[in-house]
Structure formats: structure tokens, C-alpha cells
Design a binder for this molecule. Structure first.
Ligand code: FES
Ligand code: FES
Length: 373
């Protein structure tokens, strides 16, 4: 059996060649490392592998064999790292969901910087380059940049600062728990299959292969009666299964065909009279989706899925349909298939846990958990 070391403790690694390090870490209770995009774009899952920052959502577990891993919890094993103090002092966080990834990366940068440059202050460009693999939905960048500049200059080598927000310490150390960090007994995990096309009619959706997989509790369509998708990331189907791997396997097993329709990028293109029509009928609901003041609904704005997805999911489609398929959700949804774009809304799962009921829908690519209770 292969083993690795996580925060100084030996950890057996699964034999499964497809197992990912993020799952080993989080399943072992170290939930400070966050899974958001699952595709190496947002940086929330960053850990140190033999001292070098890596995204654990793309790291095969077996690749960590014989190596030493440090998560956000390990960064402060012997007290707060100066980077954590600086983040607290500069209020370099809001919701804190991206913070562990930023802190881990900034710690590696700080330690390298101090070893080679002493207490010189890095430029904004140097900090930006070091943190370029991280996204913060809340836009806490100004505080983050100030914190990294000052900590590299040695201004947080001393005592712990007084943070400007009460929960800052929990957030910079990975102790803060979010809905994705809560696991109920018998909980299912759900994944949503989302559209990779900006405008298309989905034909021949076949959920049977997903339902046939052992451990799958439900596979349901999320399409409306017209079977259309109108933005990249629009929900097509959802799966609830005993664990994430099974749910992802089931998502991959779903078969469908799509007839791609014209789409446009940008508001100017969407305002043109000959822009593709999104909704055939006018009405209060369709008008909300349109550019205000236009006489008809036209134009698919590719790349605007944060705004669009929020509007659609807020109307309750995902939760209600998933529940009607037999699963009961506690958390929000996830992009299960290739989604080429990433935007700020990818950072935070907006959800609340409540047994047996989906309470809110998610931002783009958050995850869905569903319980048997
Ligand atoms: S980079 Fe790993 S979750 Fe986003
Ligand atoms: S503080 Fe960065 S995503 Fe909220």
C-alpha cells in the first residue's frame, strides 16, 4: 500500500488509480481545503506538496506517494503563520471560502521571498503573478495584496494582530465550516450535468445508463418542457449517489443529443434586431431575462452564465426537480461536465443545510449533497 504524509501524519492512499488527492484530504476530515471548480482554475484546493503549491483537485492520489503534503491546517500547526496574521489584520477575506487556498499559496511565496529577498517589499505585479492561480468571488483582492506585501516586508513576524472581523482566525486557518464541509449519516452526493453550449435544444436525453449504476439513488432531468438550454452551464440533469465518484460516473453515463442554435456574445450583439430569439413567447418571466427596454426577447449572451444561472436557479427549478426525483438535498449543485468558463460565482457554494429539503440553489459549480433522511 502506498502512503503519503499529510501535515506530518502518515496517510494510506487508495489503490484506485483515479483517486484524487482532494478527496483523500477532505474525506480524512481536513475540510479547510476546498473543492470548487475541480478543474485547476480557482486555486481553492491548493496544498503544498513537498513545499510546492499544487492544486489537489487535479493531483492523482498515487502521485503523492512517498511525499509530504501540507494543508491549511498544517500551515498553522505551530501557531499562526505570519501570512495568516497579515490576512487577519488586513481583512483580506470576506466569505473566506477562497482564503485557505490563497493563504497556502501566499505562504509558499512569502517563505521563498524571505529566503531570497529578505524584507524587501514585493511589487504588486510580483504578488499578482504569484497569486494568479487564485480567484476570489468576494473581491477581497485589495486586502490580499496589501497583506502579502506587508508580510513579505516582515511586518507580521511578531505577535498575533487583532482581526477586524470575529471569524477571521477560523477562516485563515481552515477551521471555518461551510455547508460543503458538513456530512450527515447516509448522505447522498449530487452532481448536475450542465450545458456546454450557449443555446441548444437537447434531444434524446437518456438517464437509464446513469440509473443502472450501483449506488445511484436518483437521476432526473432538469430540462424545461421545451428541452432548451439558453446559456453555458444551464442544468440538463442531476444525479444523487452514495458518493461523489459514483455521482460523477453516473453523470458521465448520461447520453443526450443536442441541436446547437445560434448564440451571440455581448450585449450589443444581443440587442440587434436579427439576434437569435431566446424565448418564443413574451411574458413577465421572459422579460426578466431580456435586455431592459427591448421589445422582444432576443440574444443569448454567451459567457454571462453567472448572472443568468443565478436568475434561473433562484426560481427553484433544480431543487424541486431533484427532490421530485427521490433525493432530498442539503446543498447546491455542481458542474459535472466540461465547463470552459470560470467566473466569480464559481467561488462560493450558496446553500444552507436542512435535513430533507433543498433550501437554496447554488452558484456555478458548487456541489450538491442529498440525504436519505
Ligand atoms: S483549482 Fe481545485 S477546486 Fe478549483
Ligand atoms: S473571500 Fe474570496 S471568495 Fe469570498
Amino acid at each position: 500500500m502506498t502512503t503519503t504524509t499529510i501535515n506530518g501524519r502518515p496517510q494510506a492512499l487508495p489503490d484506485d488509480p483515479d483517486a484524487l488527492m482532494i478527496d483523500v484530504i477532505r474525506d480524512g476530515g481536513l475540510t479547510g481545503t476546498k473543492l470548487v471548480c475541480g478543474s485547476g482554475v480557482c486555486g481553492a484546493c491548493t496544498v503544498l506538496l513537498d513545499g510546492a503549491p499544487v492544486v489537489s483537485c487535479l493531483l492523482p492520489a498515487h502521485a503523492a506517494g512517498g511525499k509530504s503534503l501540507t494543508t491549511i491546517e498544517g500551515i498553522c500547526a505551530n501557531g499562526l503563520h505570519p501570512v495568516q496574521k497579515a490576512f487577519m489584520a488586513h481583512d483580506a477575506l470576506q466569505c473566506g471560502f477562497c482564503t485557505p487556498g490563497f493563504v497556502v499559496e501566499a505562504t509558499a511565496f512569502h517563505d521563498r521571498w524571505r529566503a531570497t529577498k529578505g524584507t524587501a517589499t514585493p511589487s504588486r505585479e510580483e504578488i499578482a503573478a504569484a497569486l494568479s492561480g487564485h480567484l476570489c468571488r468576494c473581491g477581497a483582492y485589495e486586502g490580499i495584496f496589501r497583506a502579502v506585501a506587508e508580510v513579505c516586508a516582515g511586518r507580521f513576524d511578531g505577535n498575533d494582530p487583532v482581526p477586524s472581523r470575529l471569524e477571521a482566525r477560523d477562516k485563515v486557518t481552515g477551521v471555518a465550516r461551510y455547508t460543503v464541509d458538513i456530512s450527515h449519516s447516509g448522505q447522498f452526493e449530487g452532481v448536475i450535468l450542465r450545458a456546454h453550449l450557449a443555446h441548444a435544444k437537447i434531444t434524446g436525453l437518456d438517464l437509464a445508463p446513469a440509473r443502472a449504476i450501483a449506488g445511484v439513488a436518483a437521476a432526473v432531468s432538469l430540462l424545461g418542457e421545451d428541452n432548451m438550454v439558453r446559456f453555458v452551464g444551464a442544468p440538463i440533469a442531476a444525479v444523487a449517489a452514495r458518493d461523489r465518484r459514483t455521482a460523477l460516473k453516473a453523470i458521465a453515463a448520461i447520453r443526450f443529443r443536442s441541436e446547437e442554435l445560434p448564440a451571440v456574445i455581448g450585449l450589443d450583439a444581443a440587442r440587434r434586431d436579427d439576434a437569435p430569439v431566446v424565448f418564443e413567447k413574451k411574458g413577465p418571466q421572459t422579460r426578466r431575462q431580456c435586455v431592459r427596454g427591448r421589445r422582444r426577447c432576443s440574444g443569448v449572451v454567451e459567457g454571462q452564465c453567472a448572472w443568468t444561472l443565478g436568475a434561473v436557479l433562484a426560481e427553484g427549478e433544480t431543487g424541486e426537480r431533484l427532490a421530485s426525483g427521490g433525493a432530498r438535498g442539503t446543498q447546491p449543485a455542481s458542474g459535472g461536465r466540461d465547463l470552459p468558463r470560470l467566473h466569480a460565482a464559481a467561488r462560493v457554494p450558496r446553500a444552507a443545510c436542512r435535513s430533507g429539503e433543498v433550501r437554496r440553489r447554488s452558484a456555478h459549480r458548487a456541489r450538491l449533497h442529498a440525504g436519505r433522511s
